[in-house]
Design a protein around this ligand. Structure first.
Ligand code: MN
Length: 238
């Protein structure tokens, strides 16, 4: 690429901006009838600095999440429900999936759901604390926002190996905190609806924090999208 082409490319990139760099059009064409596409982040890979680093966000979204999408589009050939049923419905009744594909669907569809949810509950801006109904429900269930953060952090630290920690609305419509293993989602087993979720797989923090999960969690709380959490609570509790 000569200098003039480079300038042209940079200008085009600046003009397109936003989500264009996450385009999955080429992949969709290659896959023919692609049922799944990598959802764009609502912000850039660098946007959560210094709390979550650019290198981690890049590999996490374009590498790890993309792998679930690629696998799901392969699986969709064998498991037609993947093309027709809503994601949460499949996750809620995972035992309905034929045995030979069940673990693959559980891991890849769970991973797709969890990561899509995760990108949305982080933001570089917005409210710094829960408000309204969510704030009241947190105070009622835990005593304070800080106590709730302690509980979720404890669940995240207590998860041996890979998994997630959640603040969710349980079957009884009350806020609850728990963790899930691997890529299991709150819908599985507990039939809970997530409000906030944090990824505690090492790929979510190892590049920056190495083995220090606690340091990652401390940094991560600075990124929580409380407006989105409130919206999640509203739809889960309603
Ligand atoms: Mn992850």
């Amino acid at each position: 690429m000569n200098r003039r082409d480079l300038i042209r490319t940079l200008a085009a990139t600046a003009l397109i901006g936003g989500t264009a760099r996450y385009s999955t059009a080429a992949f969709a064409e290659d896959a023919g009838e692609a049922a799944f596409k990598l959802p764009p982040l609502g912000y850039g890979y660098e946007a959560l600095e210094p709390h979550i680093d650019t290198a981690t966000m890049t590999v996490h979204h374009s590498g790890h999440h993309q792998a679930f999408i690629t696998n799901l589009n392969k699986l969709a050939g064998k498991v037609p429900e993947l093309k027709t049923k809503p994601i949460v419905e499949i996750l809620t009744s995972i035992d309905a999936i034929p045995t030979e594909s069940r673990t693959a669907v559980r891991n890849n569809l769970g991973g797709h759901f969890n990561h899509t949810f995760f990108w949305d509950v982080m933001t570089p801006g917005g409210a710094k604390a829960p408000t309204g109904d969510l704030a009241q429900a947190i105070d009622a269930a835990f005593g304070s926002k800080d106590k709730m953060i302690e509980e979720v952090t404890k669940a995240a630290m207590g998860r041996f190996g890979s998994g997630w920690a959640w603040l969710a609305v349980g079957r009884d419509k009350k806020l609850t905190v728990f963790s899930t293993a691997n890529q299991d989602t709150p819908h599985m087993e507990l039939a809970a609806k997530p409000v906030i979720g944090v990824d505690v797989w090492e790929h979510a923090y190892y590049l920056k924090h190495k083995n220090k999960r606690a340091d990652y969690l401390t940094a991560w709380w600075n990124t929580v999208n409380w407006d989105k959490a409130s919206a999640n609570f509203k739809s889960a509790a309603g």
